[in-house]
Ligand binder design. Structure first.
Ligand code: ADP
Length: 929
């Protein structure tokens, strides 16, 4: 380290160091190179936050620590952070917080005025969000970019009049939780949704944290999770937009190479380059298939047999002739169950798009008769050396409808798919309302499932070993390309980390099957249990990864030093001195010397140890004591890189350029220091046992309950009259207002069909969606009166899911129509705002009906300038008149562009269902799997 940097670090440490700050820093002294921030879930507790901003001398955090922290503190690993104590709040912090408070209140008053006057854009955006009650879009799951809600909204939320309604909509947007979905039995829906928006308390709490003093920043790109934001904010990180001056970049999509290339050593980003090798379904299956050929099927039999269509249609037919279906068909780059359907035979699969077709696992593990699958969280902090952690708590998702192997039920997604995004629309879906209920309803924790299975006599130890094995093998299958990309684009070994969501199906012989790996697993929450698991996960993830606690001076020093360095080459420097790792003992102390290691190797070893000491609820599954024994064969013997191409060993591209073997080096130094070393089974037992431990009570996040938005019917009627009068006298809704009214109206309809599956509006909705999207055909089951009776709930859920997906896109598009000014002849924003505050379905419908009849235009569906706007149909007055007229408002030529494609479910299910019908006539085709 150059002396000037040492001085910079020392000076900034002197300025910042205080006992309190050191409580939130670990792995090194404040200002040291290794020092990183500590994240804890218990400061999410509003009481704790209150204390933090009000107390200036007493410990702030209560004794109850989160489960993961408690576990962490119990461990006696090296560099244990058991010295972490509770933060105090200094006078300095209080003064900071006061200043901040004043700033916030000034900001509020400014915003209130702006709302009234010129800042209509922000107001409109806020309104767009504020009145939304059932947004299903905000999951960052999969590869779907989601809306990035900006700070401006948060500024507006400081308006005390708005805060409650904002709280509600923020969470429902974020969580993908439809607040309108009915509760069942143990569920109190209104209490299950945490109001986890960023409040003044959070920001004031954040001000007291060292991250705030250090000006540590985060940036979001195409991702939005309120929980993440909240955790960042209470820990004092500030959001930046626009530039690359961030400490942590969190994106919901793949990293741009340009950003990667220019990362400074202290910057962290949440993806590796070319992660799609793992997270695109088709790539994942291809990579694993290659390993099956290269290393043998018995080692890599971890995914159901799969084919990419249309390319491998012939292979699929051959496979089908050998072992009959059913087959599950998935779009290659989709998530959340979108576009998935199940067929009995390959000829039922349309040939017009690229899909992945997998053997359908007909004998899944069921809980109380319901099919379930697992979401487990896997953290990779480095690909070379390979360092993989598995979070000890995961989520088990249950299908709402009891599983039945009969082929007649193949159409039913609420029986065969476990996605929350589908099942939440089923009226029988149960959410647990208490974070302690880990085995209630349709979402369990992994530990609860393991305990449940153990009671039934299942070998849960072997199950978890197999799951670990599956994870490691899937990563080994994809690692080679990712390592090449890291070498090309990532300048520093610590820049990237990635949290993957592994979806695993367990069959009834307890064999785990990998279904897919999610790039950005959803951090949305729909229940207290979800919040508990995900808050612990995020806090532990951030602590484990380690956000360097550098001051701005140190960072700018690095920036200038780094910019000189990285301009010449972005490749990591490698000292090619040694590829053999004989352990040298320091005779004097009896400890192991690492003097023979290169500087880079010493850094890797030190980091691995420190990271392990901060792992919280993560279990390191690679390397482990026996990982070389188990997986050494899959690594190149010279450079330790996982080999997935059929090159002759030792002659790969990597071998030519990599004169190191970090995997071997790390393993030797972590596990083989003692020559008498033998693999200790109890270590493995302890590790596996962790998965059965429930999160402790202390890890519950007691968010405030969602404040009910009280709509006054009387006021609603009054506002509706005023609005109708305005429209009657020539005022018009702006495009934005019309679209917003329409989406709120459809949300009410969605709520109705989800809550009451007997509702008879599904057909109309489907017709509308079909015409609007142009690709949804009414399902056969609508033509079969008998099946309507039997399956009405599931059918409603399917229509609701389609409508939910439509609304998600529609609302995203609506943001593009935000207008900055009140226009002459249009409804003033303030009046519209008042109307929306109390509007119910009938009010919204009345306004839409009159507006369409009076103006003869349909700004909620068509832009005025559109070329092929169909004539406005006469809309009958009276309840649901607007809904009945809705399909005829859409031009059948499909001019609407917003929703270009829907789930192919119905389309393909038509054939499937016909097939089932045929099957009853033709005895040849089996009706059972
Ligand atoms: P998505 O990314 O759209 O959620 P998944 O691959 O996770 O797609 O599959 C969605 C659901 O379909 C899973 O929850 C699982 O229940 C079911 N599923 C997927 N593949 C199979 C399979 N091969 N056999 C049985 N069920 C499957």
């Amino acid at each position: 380290m150059p002396s000037s940097l040492c001085e910079t670090i020392k000076n900034s440490a002197d300025n910042l160091e205080s006992p309190k700050h050191n409580d939130w820093i670990t792995s090194g002294k404040m200002g040291s190179r290794e020092a990183v921030l500590v994240f804890r879930t218990n400061i999410l507790n509003p009481k704790t936050r209150k204390n933090l901003s009000e107390t200036n001398s007493s410990p702030v955090l209560p004794e109850s620590r989160s489960n993961m922290e408690a576990t962490l503190l119990c461990r006696n690993g090296e560099n244990d952070i058991s010295s972490l104590s509770l933060p105090l709040c200094s006078n300095e912090d209080l003064s900071g917080s006061k200043q901040r408070k004043i700033y916030v209140s000034i900001r509020n008053s400014v915003n209130i005025n702006q709302t009234e006057n010129s800042d209509f854009q922000s107001t409109a955006k806020k309104m767009n969000k504020q009145y939304s009650s059932s947004d299903t879009s905000m999951s960052s799951e999969g590869e779907e970019p989601t809306r990035n809600i900006k700070n401006k909204f948060r500024t507006l939320k400081k308006n005390p009049n708005d805060i409650h309604t904002n709280l509600v909509e923020d969470v429902s947007k974020e969580s993908g939780y439809d607040s309108t979905t009915p509760a069942k039995s143990t569920t109190n829906i209104s209490a299950s949704e945490e109001d986890e928006c960023v409040t003044e308390d959070d920001e004031e709490c954040g001000i007291a944290m060292p991250a705030y003093k250090l000006k540590i920043t985060y940036k979001f790109i195409q991702t939005e999770t309120k929980l993440l934001r909240k955790i960042f904010d209470v820990h004092g990180l500030r959001e930046v937009e626009g530039d690359n001056n961030f400490n942590l970049l969190w994106t919901g999509v793949h990293m741009k190479l340009d950003i990667l290339r220019n990362l400074a050593p202290y910057q962290r980003v949440n993806h590796f380059p070319r992660s799609y090798e793992l997270t695109r379904k088709d790539r994942l299956y291809k990579n694993i298939e290659r390993m099956q050929h290269l290393r043998g099927m018995k080692h890599f039999d971890i995914v159901p047999q799969s084919f990419i269509l249309p390319l491998e249609s012939r292979d699929l037919i051959i496979a089908h002739n050998k072992h009959r279906g059913p087959w599950i068909v998935k779009p290659a780059a989709s998530s959340r169950g979108r576009g998935i359907f199940i067929v009995n035979s390959p000829d039922q699969i349309p040939q017009d798009e690229q899909v992945l077709v997998s053997k359908y696992i007909v004998d899944p593990l069921c809980i109380d008769g319901h099919k379930c699958d697992l979401r487990v969280y896997v953290l990779v902090t480095s690909f070379d050396p390979l360092i993989i952690y598995l979070y000890k708590e995961g989520i088990v998702r249950l299908a709402t409808v009891r599983y039945d192997r009969n082929a007649d039920n193949l159409w039913n997604p609420c029986m065969h798919l476990c996605n929350y995004s589908i099942n939440k629309y089923h009226s029988d879906y149960i959410r647990s309302s208490d974070a302690q209920d880990e085995d209630v309803g349709h979402k369990w924790t992994l530990s609860a499932l393991l305990r449940h299975l153990k009671i039934q006599g299942c070998d849960t130890h072997q199950l978890m070993l197999n799951i670990e094995d599956l994870i490691i093998k899937a990563i080994l299958a994809c690692a080679q390309t990712i390592i090449s990309a890291c070498r090309m684009f990532v300048p520093n070994g610590n820049n990237c980390f990635e949290l993957y969501g592994f979806d695993i199906l367990i069959d009834n012989s307890l064999k785990p099957w990998l279904l897919e790996v999610n790039l950005s697993p959803s951090m949305g929450v729909d229940s207290p249990l979800d919040t508990k698991v995900k808050a612990c996960l995020i806090a532990d993830l951030l602590t484990c990864v380690g956000i360097p606690a550098y001051s701005p001076e140190v960072r700018s020093h690095y920036d200038s030093k780094w910019s000189r360095f990285r301009s010449s080459s972005c490749q990591r420097s490698i000292n090619v001195t040694s590829v053999s790792y004989k352990i040298k003992k320091n005779k004097k102390k009896g400890s192991v010397s690492t003097d023979h290691l290169t500087g880079e190797e010493q850094r890797i070893l030190r980091n691995a140890r420190l990271q392990y000491s901060r792992r919280g609820g993560f279990e390191r599954i690679f390397p482990t004591a026996d990982s070389m024994q188990r997986y050494g064969n899959f690594l190149d013997s010279t450079n330790g890189i996982p080999i997935s191409t059929p090159n002759v060993q030792g002659q790969t591209f990597q071998t030519l350029i990599m004169q190191h073997n970090y995997n071997q080096m790390l393993h030797s130094n972590l596990y083989c220091q003692d020559t008498s070393y033998t693999i200790d089974d109890s270590l493995e037992k302890n590790r596996i046992k962790q998965y059965e431990r429930a999160l402790e009570n202390g890890s519950e996040i007691p968010f405030a309950k969602k404040p009910a938005v009280e709509k006054s019917e009387e006021e609603g009627r009054r506002q509706r009259k005023l609005m109708l009068k305005k429209i009657g006298t020539g005022s018009e809704l702006t495009q934005f207002q019309a679209r917003q009214t329409f989406s709120l109206y459809l949300e009410s309809v969605l709520k109705r069909i989800t809550q009451d599956p007997r509702d008879n509006h599904e057909k109309i909705i489907l017709k509308f969606l079909n015409k609007f999207g142009g690709s949804v055909k009414p399902p056969v089951l609508f033509r079969n009166t008998q099946s309507i009776k039997v399956i009405s709930k599931a059918r409603s859920a399917m229509v609701a899911k389609l409508l939910g997906d439509f609304l998600e896109n529609y609302k995203r598009d609506t943001e593009a129509y935000v207008d900055s000014f009140d226009h002459f002849g249009m409804i003033p924003s303030s009046a519209y705002h008042q109307f929306l505050t109390h509007a119910q379905e009938s009010d919204l419908e009345a306004v839409l009906t009159l507006h369409t009849n009076v103006t003869g235009i349909m700004p909620f569906l068509y832009n005025r300038c559109g070329l092929s706007v169909p004539p406005t149909p006469p809309i009958p007055s009276g309840l649901h008149g607007f809904l009945r007229a809705l399909p005829s408002m859409v031009s059948s030529s499909g001019v609407a562009r917003e929703v270009s494609k829907y789930d192919g479910y119905f389309k393909n299910n038509d054939k499937d269902y016909e097939n089932v019908q045929d099957a009853s006539i033709r005895p040849k085709s089996s009706r059972r799997f």
